[in-house]
Design a protein around this ligand. Structure first.
Ligand SMILES: Cc1cc2nc3c(=O)[nH]c(=O)nc-3n(C[C@H](O)[C@H](O)[C@H](O)COP(=O)(O)OP(=O)(O)OC[C@H]3O[C@@H](n4cnc5c(N)ncnc54)[C@H](O)[C@@H]3O)c2cc1C
Length: 563
């Protein structure tokens, strides 16, 4: 017998068949061959919120209720019935359980450990598709409804609140947000947790631990993002950066049986993750948001078994003869047979003395729904930059008729922007392109209130504009390498044929063979994506290079075996 889960909350309403599909008898039999079948008894807690090593259940008889334990009171999220299965993408990501699972009606389940579940989804493509699709849809619904184990209390006027929201959102972690200025019950809640309004923003993990204005690393630790990852053992490949290039490398490495670990300073997706809509990436004719692309790639890499450490930065490359390692910002070193550097690039900041003062409170480096929500519908905004990222931001921010000024230093937009974006900008009545124009001053008290710009005639004018999106040319994230690999004059990493005999002599290249296509001046250390000199700054080329690098990793591992 099979039936849709009871519509108790938005999580189980209109899209119940997507979230709780019924498995066929043959599919259940195939799943059972990977685990054990056992009875369950009414009242039994199968999984506790926060538990690590989360098992997976298929219900054969009886019912399981899914409960969100929280400081705000427990909430019944769904009931899992016969032929349906439990789970959420946290299980694939190796993170602690967000929900408590309790038996509502005695019966029988098929139970798999996390490792057995991994083996199943790698071996059985048909079952994998059903499970992964449901788990991804469940996560999307939980994020949309704020059903999770984290409660953020902050203010729309605070840059730190925006940072924490962005970190949780871009890591696909569901959280509930309460605003001190808008939500009536917030002060009671602060009293209950013994927090002062002056401590905001605060993040409450699993209704227990209160973090006051936490840095990303504290949030990752509290929510157990990296809890299962073994940092001590020697990896076939350590990939630095989880943008499109690093995630592609992780997917190909793990799917080809390599032991891969990825280090990411912030959140998976890199620059692409901050795009409102990518329309030129193959296979997505109607476009895809950077966030969604990142979430899919992140889950795909984990499905194949890659480990991804969040909010951990590489601080140094340590290589001696054939042994390499990547030292992290917390001092620990991950040993690696090979390393792929995929640290990408970031926007160059204009030389404005008080820029940092307005970051997150009027000055933004991303244009996603989160930053968009910081601007009122009638607020004018400025986008600075002339490349595709600026074009996308302008079109996105103008979509509801908002007035957008695009400021570009050169004499036209066409040099750096794709035709489709140029056409949309031309057709948008509310977008005004101002060439040969640059910002010369920012003003405000606590948040950005006014902007002064200089135009092509040299005239300086002051404008009551409260939002500036900076999307100017990128610089390579190579500072952490401290010249351990050869760089070009602009700081991008030289690889393969771009390395001169002088570069190789300076790096004391020890091998008879020349560096492979994407190999740096250190044997077994590769660079891919935007961080690489000569790379075409596109999602597709980053993904392509990430995947190609893995074939060279195999060659180097083969050479190491022979040596
Ligand atoms: C807003 C925007 C819109 C865009 N739109 C498009 C588009 O429509 N189509 C298109 O083809 N391209 C687009 N691009 C360009 C595309 O996003 C980039 O070319 C692509 O993201 C590069 O991928 P990457 O993995 O090489 O680097 P990045 O995306 O820059 O990722 C690098 C990652 O490395 C991490 N990192 C950096 N230093 C460290 C360290 N020391 N330790 C650990 N991690 C580190 C960063 O946090 C980041 O996550 C857009 C870019 C932006 C900014």
């Amino acid at each position: 017998m099979s039936s849709a889960a009871t519509p108790l909350t938005p999580l189980t309403s209109a899209n119940a068949p997507l979230l709780f599909p019924a498995l066929s008898a043959t599919q259940i039999a195939r799943i059972a061959s990977h685990g054990v079948t056992r009875p369950i008894t009414r009242g039994e807690v199968l999984i506790e919120g926060g538990q690590t090593d989360v098992p997976f259940f298929v219900v054969k008889g009886g019912e399981i209720e899914v409960i969100r334990p929280s400081g705000l009171g427990d909430l019944l999220i769904a009931i899992v019935r016969p032929d349906q299965f439990t789970g959420d993408i946290s299980m694939i990501l190796g993170r602690p359980a967000l929900m408590r699972l309790r038996v509502r009606e005695s019966g029988e389940v098929v139970q798999l450990t996390r490792d057995q579940m991994h083996a199943l989804i790698q071996a059985d493509a048909e079952v994998s598709e059903v499970l992964m699709t449901a788990l991804l849809h469940r996560r999307v619904a939980m994020v949309a409804q704020g059903i999770g184990d984290a409660l953020l209390i902050g203010s729309a006027r605070s840059a730190a609140t925006l940072r924490i929201k962005a970190f949780l959102t871009r890591n696909g972690h569901p959280f509930k947000y309460l605003d001190i200025d808008r939500d009536a019950d917030v002060r009671d809640l602060l009293d209950r947790f013994g927090v002062d309004a002056g401590d905001l923003p605060v993040l409450i993990c699993r209704g227990e631990k209160v973090l006051k204005n936490p840095v990303n690393q504290e949030i990752a630790d509290c929510l157990g993002f990296n809890s299962r990852i073994d940092r001590a053992h020697l990896r076939d490949v350590v990939i630095v950066g989880a943008g499109p290039a690093g995630l592609a490398a992780a997917v190909y490495a793990a799917s080809e049986g390599l032991d891969a670990l990825v280090l990411e300073t912030s959140s998976p997706g890199g620059q692409a993750g901050s795009s409102s809509r990518i329309e030129n990436y193959l296979g997505f004719p109607t476009g895809i948001s950077g966030q969604e692309l990142a979430e899919r790639a992140y889950a795909q890499a984990q499905k194949f078994g890659a480990d991804i450490m969040i909010a951990k930065s590489a601080a140094e490359l340590t290589c001696e003869r054939q042994a390499c390692g990547v030292r992290m910002d917390d001092g620990a070193t991950i040993p690696a047979r090979t390393v792929i550097i995929a640290t990408g690039a970031r926007y160059r900041k204009p030389p404005l003395a008080n820029l940092a003062q307005f970051e997150g409170v009027g000055v933004y480096y991303n244009a996603t729904f989160m930053e968009d929500a910081q601007c009122g519908d009638d607020d004018e905004v400025i986008v600075v930059g002339g490349a595709n990222s600026a074009g996308q931001a302008a079109v996105f921010l103008a979509r509801a008729g908002r007035r957008v000024h695009v400021l570009v230093r050169s004499s036209s937009l066409s040099e750096g922007m794709s035709q489709y974006l140029l056409r949309r900008i031309e057709e948008a009545a509310t977008i005004q392109v101002r060439t040969r124009t640059e910002i010369v001053a920012l003003e405000g008290n606590g948040r950005l209130e006014r902007v002064t710009w200089r135009d092509g005639t040299g005239a300086v004018s002051r404008h009551e504009i409260r939002h500036v999106f900076l999307m100017t040319g990128a610089e390579a994230n190579t500072g952490w390498l401290k010249s351990h690999v050869a760089l070009d004059a602009k700081g991008f990493i030289k690889t393969g044929p771009d390395l001169t005999s002088g570069d190789l002599a300076a790096a004391q290249w020890p091998l008879e063979r020349s560096p492979y296509l994407l190999e740096t001046s250190r044997p077994g250390v590769f660079a891919v994506g935007d961080v690489r000199c000569g790379n075409v700054k596109r999602v597709a080329s980053a993904v392509g290079e990430g995947s190609i690098a893995i074939s060279f990793v195999h060659r180097v591992l083969g050479e190491q075996v022979q040596a």
